[in-house]
Ligand binder design. Structure first.
Ligand code: UT7
Length: 352
């Protein structure tokens, strides 16, 4: 039995009125850009290999002293500004990250402090590349139950400090960055917004995990099972390890399946979709998902070339860019889908 069949309740089916909506988006990437040519000087690789196998040409790398919560707070500020809200309007902060500043406190706690928010709850979601879709799902539920009105959801990673810079199979893939959205009730309209025939909102979400694949992508040591010691540090077991092909195969299959699931739950057909914002892991994965969904690549929001794989940050960065440059317009339907370590994955359909 698939996870989907076992727990259909985690899909939020189409409802006459969506419960929550995206009020604003924001993103931030560190200023320093590392092109593939620079990685050629670090490990035995080539610009040609990286670009042809992944689609990545460069990535952004945090400056010394710059932290995960710094990136997250800046993306959060920009999302709040776009939403036309103040930090005092927030009821909850959710941060998807697997690279927090430190194990305790959570990154969300530091974001709360940096934004100057009051005593609102703030917590992290450790769902790796699916962290943003997980965060969005949770925030939607908080708003649906009336437990929160305005929620800041951030996806952020500082992977340049989590990869093994001597392992060419992983270090070429990742980058640093943060993206954010502010969610509010679907009935809430922004001051400059004309009335709509169909209200904006999150139409469906679905999230899944298959723990039997936990070993396919992980940081094997540095936690309670293998606390960091000299051996762990020497063998770099505290850095990202991945069986790329296992993750690749699972990604193509489950991104397609969860996208189909979320689309069905939204009550829309693929023809009614305007954009897909996929997790930016590998251009070959995205091409195969596009083919299987029967949805053209030209309607996929892509920025992998510029940022590499920023894990939980990749969808909200791409979403923010497409909103700001006018590709994504109010009233359009957007599907987001992500998969990463866990293996955890999910999808969401949103009317902007
Ligand atoms: O966001 C989380 C989810 N993560 C993903 O979705 C990643 C999924 N996996 C992938 O994107 C791909 O599997 C990779 C990009 C990681 C690897 O691409 P691949 O086509 O699966 O390559 P491969 O692992 O089959 O390796 C092919 C060859 C190997 O050499 P041999 O054994 O054929 O001689 C590797 O050693 O490429 C070699 N190789 C490299 N060569 C140059 C691996 N990494 C590199 C490199 N530069 N950076």
């Amino acid at each position: 039995m698939t996870v989907e069949q076992a727990n259909p309740a985690h899909a939020n089916p189409a409802h006459a009125l969506p419960r929550s909506r995206i009020l604003g988006t924001g993103s931030y990437a560190p200023l320093r850009v590392m092109p593939n040519a620079e990685i050629e000087r670090i490990v035995e690789t080539t610009d040609e290999w990286i670009e042809s196998r992944t689609g990545i040409r460069r990535r952004h790398i945090a400056a010394e002293g710059e932290t995960t919560s710094d990136l997250a707070a800046e993306a959060g500020r920009r999302a709040l500004q776009a939403a036309g809200l103040n930090v005092a309007d927030l009821d909850l902060i959710i941060v998807g990250t697997v690279t927090p500043d430190s194990p305790i406190p959570s990154c969300a706690v530091l974001v709360q402090k940096k934004l100057g928010a009051s005593e609102i709850p703030a917590f992290d979601i450790a769902a790796a590349c699916a962290g943003f879709v997980y965060g969005l799902t949770i925030a939607d539920q908080f708003i649906a139950t009336g437990a929160a009105r305005s929620v800041l959801v951030i996806g952020v990673e500082l992977l340049s400090r989590a990869v093994n810079w001597t392992d060419r199979t992983t270090c070429v893939l990742f980058g640093d960055g943060a993206g954010a959205v502010v969610l509010g009730p679907s009935s809430m309209s922004k001051s400059d917004e004309p009335p709509r025939s169909s209200p904006p909102g999150i139409l469906s979400t679905c999230i899944f995990t298959d723990g039997s694949l936990a070993g396919a992508l992980n940081i094997p040591a540095g936690g309670s099972a293998h606390p960091p010691d000299e051996e762990v540090l020497r063998t770099r077991q505290n850095k990202v390890h991945m069986n790329g092909q296992d993750v690749f195969r699972t990604a193509v299959k489950q991104l397609t399946a969860s996208s189909t699931h979320a689309l069905k739950a939204s009550g829309l057909t693929s023809r009614e979709l305007d954009w897909v914002v996929p997790h930016q892991a590998n251009m070959r994965i995205i091409s195969q998902v596009s083919h299987r969904l029967g949805f053209p690549l030209t309607k996929m929001v892509l920025n992998l070339e510029e940022y590499g794989n920023t894990s939980s940050a990749s969808i909200p960065i791409a979403l923010d860019e497409a909103v700001r440059d006018g590709r994504i317009q109010p009233g359009q339907h957007v599907l987001m889908c992500a998969l990463g370590a866990g293996i955890s994955w999910g999808a969401a359909v949103v009317r902007m």
